[in-house]
Every structure is written in C-alpha cells, then in structure tokens.
Design a binder for this molecule. Structure first.
Ligand code: SAM
Length: 283
C-alpha cells in the first residue's frame, strides 16, 4: 500500500498587525507537524501570541537548499509542513517559492493559506489604477543594475509596485524621477497596518523634494503610476540604428546595446543585428 504523503502549506502571516492573522492560519499552524520559518525567533513570538506549540525549524535564503531537501523528505514521509516568512505571504520577496516549486514537481500537495501582503495592501489604498499592475519586488542594490531595471520598466503602463528599504528610498525615488520623469504619480505606503501607518502622495518630483533622508524610517512600499501614453503613440526621435549607436557612444557593450534597442523598439535582437550589418555593407 502507498504511504500517504504530507501537505505543504504556505501560510500568510500579518505584516504588522497581529489582528490580521486568520483563523485558518492559526488552525493550520497548530495542526501541522513542522513549521519552517524564515526567522525562528520572530515566528516564536507570533506562535506564543496565539499559544501555538508546533515544532519550529529555520528555512531561509542561506539554508534553503539543504533544508529544502530535508523538508521534502519529511513531506514524502507523510509529515505536514507549514512555511511562514517574517511577514506576509511566503514566496513574495521571501523564501518559500522554491520549496513550493520542488514539492509541485514531486506531485506533493501544496496548499496556500492566504493572508496579508504589503504590496497589495498598499495598492488598494494608493488611489492609483488597480486594474493592472506589476509587482517588481526589491530593485537591484547596485545603481547600475537598478537603472537598467528602471529602463526596462519605463514603458510599462501598469501601476508598478516596489519594496524598498528606508535607507535606499530617496536614492531610488530620485533615480525613478530621472529615468521615468518627475510627473509620474507616486504613493509611499509606510508601516502598513501598524500604529504609524501613513501615505505620502504626489508626483516623483514633489515627493523627492519633500523627503529628507534622515527622517526615513520603517517599512515602505512604493506604488508608482505606469506610463500614461502608449509608446507606439510617440514618434521616435531616433531610428533603431541611431539609438543603438547612441548607446555604444554612452559606453554600453554591443550585446547590452542590442538588447536595449530591441526592447525600446519592440523588435528582435536579430533585427537590430541585421540593421548593423546592412549599414556596414552600405559604408
Ligand atoms: N512577504 C512579504 C509580503 O507578502 O508582503 C514581503 C516581505 S519583504 C522581505 C519585506 C518588505 O515588504 C519591506 O522591506 C517593505 O518594503 C515591505 N513591507 C513589509 N511589511 C510592510 C508594512 N507593514 N508596511 C509597508 N511595507 C511593508
């Protein structure tokens, strides 16, 4: 007879306010055999608040490979496991998605237990367009990579959602203003669901002028308006070839410049390459 395998529960936990814990999350955390937590000290506080005594083990960015193997083995042996992150939904800018993907690949049962999430909570209170949006998570830490990513996002018409640490906030918003334009509307949603929850709304220009780095504390979600006009409505000032050449002059590597040109003009890299060849032959 086949042994029954366990279930992997992905359990949402509050993003600040413990009243946002769901009845179902409490029950599942009580019933499972193991809770795999991003930070066991943090989760212990949550569990003690709800008088939950389930064994805890750590599962985070730095041990996810070895620990993942152990947890999958436990699932195969029939143990039920709950994954929780420090806050919100596991797998959203937090560990959990790799384990879920591995469990699914092994035909193990994966069940989400919905709960709070900072990005969506900020979005619904932002006053910006909620019909279509893109969750961008944290931007890269280095300026160069961050600016490349912002260039990638510049033509998106969807509302953009970012997580950001307070000490990088002003820098990132300034780069957004420079790359995406100062007139885009932005909402900074701070300390959601907590005592000092607040929203700052304005254009990127207004907000970057108002913020003072030394006053930035707490947790923030950036909700940014998407591009207002369609890219195809604009008359490109440069041809794709001219744009590519401009990028080379600016110091981009050929490969990078080809990729960016293709993206900018919605053509394939091969087409950019062909344009370069054509020009070479003509000269
Ligand atoms: N898994 C979480 C979720 O579902 O929202 C996100 C975890 S991510 C590591 C942490 C980031 O989420 C913070 O740096 C901040 O940008 C955002 N965040 C989390 N809690 C927040 C809150 N209460 N208010 C504003 N932003 C928050």
């Amino acid at each position: 007879m086949l042994e029954k395998t366990g279930t992997l529960y992905l359990v949402g936990t509050p993003i600040g306010n413990l009243e946002d814990m769901t009845y179902r999350a409490v029950r599942i955390l009580e019933e499972v055999d193991i809770i795999a937590a991003e930070d066991t000290r943090n989760t212990r506080k949550l569990l003690s608040h709800f008088s939950i005594h389930t064994p805890l083990t750590s599962y985070h960015e730095h041990n996810k490979d070895e620990k993942g193997i152990y947890l999958l083995e436990q699932l195969r042996l029939g143990k039920d496991i709950a994954v929780v992150s420090d806050a919100g939904l596991p797998g959203i800018a937090d560990p959990g998605s790799k384990l879920a993907a591995d469990a699914i690949a092994e035909n193990l049962s994966v069940v989400p237990i919905p709960g709070a999430n900072a990005a969506l909570t900020a979005l619904i209170a932002s006053g910006l367009d909620t019909r279509t949006f893109v969750f961008c998570g944290f931007l890269p830490k280095t300026s160069k990579k961050r600016q490349e990513r912002l260039l990638d996002l510049q033509n998106y018409q969807e509302t953009l959602l970012f997580y950001e640490a307070p000490h990088r906030l002003l820098k990132v918003l300034t780069e957004m203003r420079e790359i995406l334009g100062g007139d885009r509307r932005v909402v900074l949603a701070r300390e959601l669901t907590k005592k000092f929850e607040e929203y700052q709304r304005g254009s990127l220009l207004e907000i970057t002028n108002q913020l003072e780095e030394s006053h930035l504390r707490g947790e923030y979600v950036i909700v940014l308006e998407g591009r207002r006009e369609k890219v195809s409505d604009q008359i490109p000032e440069l041809s794709p070839l001219e744009y590519y050449q401009k990028l080379l002059v600016q110091g981009k590597q050929k490969k990078e410049a080809m990729r960016d040109t293709a993206k900018q003009y919605h053509i394939s890299r091969r087409e950019v390459y062909q344009l370069c060849l054509q020009q070479k032959e003509e000269n």
